[in-house]
Design a protein around this ligand. Structure first.
Ligand code: SF4
Length: 487
């Protein structure tokens, strides 16, 4: 779509709405010519302390015109935000009128659509006022506005339990048994990179020891620990033991509220590995079926059956971990609304206290895109999610965090559901940027958060370069220490 922006340069806001409402249309900044059938002119002018925005938009033979007037007030920074909102709202409403699309999250296109709700509640608005404001100001659907208020309330609860110098610790294991069709993660298939694992574990142990020493010197308190990936349980029992022993040696875990390990792929779970996790006091494991339909498991490249998932869950239950999470994905190749319903019903029989419902995101580099696998359309994905939410509520779960990714089917979201008191705080802390996260391993993203300041550093992405070039993680730890020396 050709875009002409006049009196402003709010490209990002306009482009995000464009991608949201006209999937497949790319922004083009070229002169609009007579006969063009895909264009928009968005004009901003200021008068009497108000910004006046107009959008003229044409697409597929339909044309509309929309006008927004928003009063400007406060500091220049605040006014900048008000102008941006007026431009975004004006383009969104025009685009919605022409396309007929009603995105569930309205004009909110970011990763965390509940962020404005969190800010509103923190500022003293009531949940009811916040819900109504989300609908009115961002055009969010009533059910999503109510959802945002629930997860925003959980974020506020999470923030109240944290003190300054509380941090989260993350360890990444970027190996998986095979690559899932929907994955674009740099995770290496263990079959192809078996030799990389032992040196990776040794490098990781060294990094953890160094980071733990730094955290102690800086008087930082580890409140949550999360081992993700990849699939951490692709490591052998001995390797898991080595990494978790390093963690215990390096960090004071006395005030750590939870230790979570993703045991995502059921075909990597063994009694021996679960015994190791249990012996290190792991409080939550995450077993991630994604589907309980064998045909869908085959389509996404999993080399196990639903029966093997059930076996893994039985085994996990036998070890008595305090919390177990299960992940499902709505919108996988070969799945149907009926298949998704069966998957959820089967998962719920296990009575785990966390269930995470993801919406499929079409990621660049994933086999779904490179091989052109067919996936359910947005209406069918909506049916899946519409079944999940009331069913989970009926079974005693409530939503406690949510986030979105780019290119999600139907512009929906991922939602973490929990039974009362079983929240995985790490998920909220990270999503809501409530505290710093010290990350170890390849692809580790360390985030420093303090008093509104946020800074990020990244480890090398691939296991081989991570292992061979420790100077990168050392530099990152120096940056982390320097950040805390100034707070
Ligand atoms: S288990 Fe996760 S990280 Fe591993 S290939 Fe599948 S989607 Fe990617």
């Amino acid at each position: 779509m050709k875009l002409l922006l006049q009196g402003h340069d709010e490209r990002y806001t306009v482009e995000q709405s464009l991608l949201n409402l006209f999937p497949g249309e790319l922004p083009v900044y070229e002169p609009i010519l007579p006969g063009d059938d895909s264009w928009a002119v968005v004009t901003l002018r200021e008068e009497d302390d108000c910004c006046h925005v107009t959008t003229e938009l044409r697409w597929q033979g339909r044309q509309t015109s929309h006008r927004e007037v928003l009063p400007l007030s406060g500091t220049e920074y605040a006014r900048e935000g008000q102008r941006r909102h007026a431009v975004g709202a004006c383009f969104f409403l025009a685009a919605q009128a022409v396309s007929g699309v009603r995105p569930p999250w309205g004009m909110l296109t970011g990763v965390r659509p509940d962020k404005p709700a969190t800010a509103a509640l923190a500022a003293g608005r009531t949940p009811e006022e916040t819900r109504a404001w989300m609908e009115r100001f961002y055009y969010v659907s009533p059910d999503r506005a109510a959802l945002a208020v629930e997860t925003a309330s959980a974020a506020l609860r999470a923030s109240r339990r944290l003190e300054r110098r509380d941090i989260a610790v993350y360890v990444g294991i970027p190996f998986c048994p095979t690559r899932c069709a929907y994955c674009s993660f740099v995770s290496q298939s263990v079959e192809k990179s078996f030799d990389l694992v032992p040196p990776y574990v040794e490098a990781l142990v060294e990094e953890i020891h160094s980071g733990g020493g730094m955290a102690r010197a800086l008087n930082l308190r580890c409140r949550t620990f999360y081992m993700g990936g990849g699939t951490p349980t692709t490591l052998t029992a001995g390797q898991l033991d080595r990494v978790l022993t390093a963690l215990e040696d390096a960090f004071d875990l006395q005030d750590c509220e939870e230790l979570t390990v993703e045991a995502g792929r059921p075909d990597t779970i063994t009694a021996e590995k679960l015994a190791v996790l249990k012996s290190h006091g792991i409080t939550r494991i995450s077993v991630n079926p994604q589907t309980m339909e064998d045909a869908v498991l085959r389509a996404i490249g999993r080399r196990h059956t639903a029966r093997e998932i059930e076996h893994a869950l039985d085994l996990a239950a036998a070890y008595g971990f305090p919390h177990v999470n299960m992940d499902l994905i709505a919108g996988l190749p070969e799945d149907t609304a009926a298949g998704f319903r069966r998957s959820l019903d089967r998962c719920l029989e296990f009575e785990t206290d966390n269930v995470t419902i993801h919406t499929l995101a079409l990621k660049k580099g994933s086999r779904i895109l490179t091989e052109g696998l067919s996936v359910p359309g947005p209406e069918e994905v909506a049916q899946m999610l519409d079944y999940a939410a009331p069913m989970l509520r009926e079974r005693g779960y409530a939503p406690y965090y949510l986030y979105r990714q780019k290119y999600m089917s139907g512009s929906f979201e991922n939602i973490g559901w929990t039974r009362p008191g079983a929240e995985c705080w790490y998920n909220i802390d990270i999503m809501s940027e409530l505290c710093s996260i010290l990350s170890f391993g390849a692809g580790g993203s360390t985030k420093m958060v303090e008093g509104g300041r946020i800074q990020r550093v990244f480890n090398h992405k691939y296991p081989a370069e991570y292992t061979q070039r420790p100077e990168k993680w050392r530099a990152n730890q120096n940056a982390f220490a320097e950040f805390y020396e100034h707070v």
